[in-house]
Design a protein around this ligand. Structure first.
Ligand code: FES
Ligand code: FES
Length: 156
């Protein structure tokens, strides 16, 4: 017996199937098995938010979950946001507002902001800052990230 467990889930709209070790983290499954390396690992201890993806539409830190816990669920990663070659409005707003420098934290911020704007199309600055409280950025000082999220909300 291999000790592996069969998993099947939808990722960015496609059904994926694989056999994984029972203790494989969802972030490692996304990056190493599916090759979707836009989801980053910054800390591996649930602090930085670089690994944030949508899990049935809710933002989750994918280093805090096992791949087997995603069986039968719908995952969206940063690679799943653009449509027909067009950036998602949040991706465009981050670009327009210089909401990134090294970019390491950016996929996590954007996925978290997608959840916020799906829930609240017109968040206040305070609500934006509260919502992104679990995402860390070592470069930007957050001002342009908040501006980008506001611009994306206004453009919806
Ligand atoms: S890598 Fe998951 S929170 Fe930092
Ligand atoms: S842009 Fe470098 S960590 Fe955020």
């Amino acid at each position: 017996m291999s000790g592996k467990i069969a998993v099947e889930m939808r990722v960015n709209g496609e059904t994926v199937r694989a056999e994984v070790p029972p203790r494989m983290l969802l972030v490692d499954f996304i990056r190493d098995v599916l090759g979707l390396t836009g989801t980053h690992i910054g800390c591996d201890t649930s602090h930085c938010g670089a690994c944030t993806v949508l899990f049935d539409g809710k933002a989750v830190k994918s280093c805090t979950m096992l791949a087997v816990q995603a069986r039968g669920h719908e995952i969206t990663t940063i690679e799943g946001l653009a449509r027909d070659g067009e950036l998602h409005p949040l991706q465009r707003a981050f670009q327009n507002n210089h909401g990134l420098q090294c970019g390491y934290c950016t996929p996590g911020f954007i996925m978290n902001a997608v959840e916020l704007l799906n829930r609240n199309g017109n968040p206040s600055e305070e609500e934006i800052r509260f919502h992104i409280g679990g995402n860390l950025c070592r470069c930007t000082g957050y001002v342009n990230i908040v501006k980008a999220i506001k611009e994306a909300a206004q453009g919806r």
